[in-house]
Design a protein around this ligand. Structure first.
Ligand code: AMP
Ligand code: MG
Length: 450
């Protein structure tokens, strides 16, 4: 199929970003659940509800060092008229108490030790005068005082971890407490990463004239890992159809998904296109976005395949928009969105009118709200600007520029702290890349959404 000739900057004939993203997302499914030990399950998504099957905690225990008593026995106790009780035994942590508490009796108890049968309260040691055989109680206690009852935290049937919850430290603790050493979760997708291009060399090599270090593999490696999935770098493949097919096929058994970069445009060396174009299972789409217009997506032997463009910034942005949410969905995650803020622009941002433009910006939190400033010009080969950014300002189709002083929607792709220290900053009110800005208007205080 020959691509019709279009004026791409007008957006004509291109697929809208949201439509393409929905398309990609609707064709991937959560991976089949497996049981993992809690240590491996951290960061994975629960594939079933877990309910309490027993009381948590399973026994009543003392919250104080003291004497387990019947509260009715000591109702009249005071320093002037202490109540004397026989010490019938001992309750130590981790053991069954060696006696029960009858009328006129008590048991010496430690913090955390099981409360003996017959007792309904604990008198702290400070309110007692004790000898070996007897204790004189100087204070009354109400029923239940200083006792942590069984089932106080959860009782059988209580929902502890819902299906769809990503397991973090609190969930691991709750599952362990409830006796689940293993947990049914969606596994981390295993993602094979391939770089295509005759010009590429490994980062440790020194380039001959015209050679380019393979940076995309590492960008994708980091981005995959940050979603919680497992990247496998399968190396550089030359622009040779058979080599490319062979590289993919040889990785099939260990892959849940494939990502390649480069070779998806219309050039005669565009190996991905030549390898898969004739087969119906990979589609090549021109998406109305900048950067990242050419995209390939489909299935190879049933496994999702993402063919990203070669330009490093395009790789980063298309991973953000399409691959990241897809891998998260495969991992069973339900909220696939990055946090977004409405920020006041300290510089202009601009791009082709017909496309959704994702401009690299540095977002800061100032006294008057969120601010964003461009970190470089638009070229999709200018990757160091990505490393200076923590956000992508979104210029919707139909607009070619948002001026400094206006508000703009910004996707935060990493936390503000992670960008520190900032090696190059844009002074407030002055733009490195735009014109001098007008005094910033007061933005309405905007909360993080999503
Ligand atoms: P392509 O989409 O294959 O035509 O590549 C577009 C541009 O991205 C070219 O300048 C390539 O040299 C560059 N490029 C492709 N793959 C990589 C890579 N793995 N690392 C860095 N640059 C790349
Ligand atoms: Mg190439």
């Amino acid at each position: 199929m020959q691509q019709p000739v279009h004026d791409h900057d007008s957006g004509e004939g291109l697929a809208p970003v949201e439509e393409y993203r929905d398309d990609v997302l609707s064709s991937v499914e959560p991976l089949a659940p497996i049981e993992l030990h809690l240590q491996e399950a951290l960061g994975c998504v629960a594939a079933r509800d877990v309910h309490a099957q027993e009381d948590m905690p399973s026994f009543s225990s003392s919250a104080m060092d003291g004497f387990a008593v019947r509260s009715a026995d000591v109702a009249g106790a005071s320093p002037e008229s202490p109540v004397e009780l026989r010490v019938a035994g001992r309750a130590r942590i981790g053991r069954r108490p060696d006696a029960t508490v009858g009328g006129g009796e008590s048991i010496r108890i430690d913090t955390g030790a099981p409360v003996p049968a017959g007792a309904d309260a604990v008198v702290p040691i400070e309110a007692c005068l004790s000898s070996r055989e007897t204790v004189r109680v100087l204070q009354p206690v109400s029923p239940g005082k200083h006792v942590r009852p069984a089932g106080e935290d959860a009782t059988p049937g209580d929902l502890l971890v819902p299906a769809g919850r990503r397991l973090g430290a609190p969930e691991l603790g709750v599952l362990a407490a409830a006796g689940h050493a293993r947990m049914l979760v969606h596994p981390r997708p295993r993602v094979v990463v391939i770089s295509t291009g005759d010009e590429l060399i490994d980062p440790g090599q020194f380039p001959q004239f015209g050679e380019v270090r393979d940076s995309n593999a590492y960008t994708i490696f980091g981005a995959v890992r940050e979603t919680g999935a497992r990247p496998y770098l399968a190396g550089i493949v030359r622009d040779d159809v058979d080599a490319f097919r062979e590289a993919i096929v040889s990785q099939l058994v260990q892959a849940d998904a494939f990502i390649s970069s480069g070779g998806v445009s219309v050039g005669e060396h565009d190996v991905v296109k030549r390898a898969f174009f004739k087969r119906g299972d990979v589609r090549f789409t021109r998406v109305a976005m900048q950067p990242g217009m050419p995209q390939a997506f489909g299935r190879i032997e049933g496994k999702p395949y993402f063919g990203l463009p070669g330009n490093p910034v395009s790789v980063f942005v298309s991973f953000e928009m399409f691959v990241r949410p897809a891998l998260m969905k495969m991992a069973g995650r339900r909220n696939l969105e990055r946090p977004q803020v409405t920020a006041l622009l300290d510089t202009d941002v601009e791009g082709p009118e017909g496309k959704t433009v994702f401009a690299r910006v540095r977002v800061t939190r100032e006294e008057d709200g969120w601010h964003a400033a461009s970190t470089g010009s638009r070229g999709s080969n200018l990757f160091t600007s990505v490393a200076r950014s923590n956000g992508l300002a979104v210029i919707p189709p139909g607009i070619d520029r948002i001026e400094a002083g206006s508000q703009c929607r910004v996707i935060l792709f990493r936390s503000l702290e992670d960008l520190a220290p900032c090696h190059r900053t844009t002074p407030r009110g002055r733009s490195r890349w735009g014109r001098r800005t007008s005094p910033p208007a007061r933005p309405s205080p905007s909360a993080i959404s999503g």
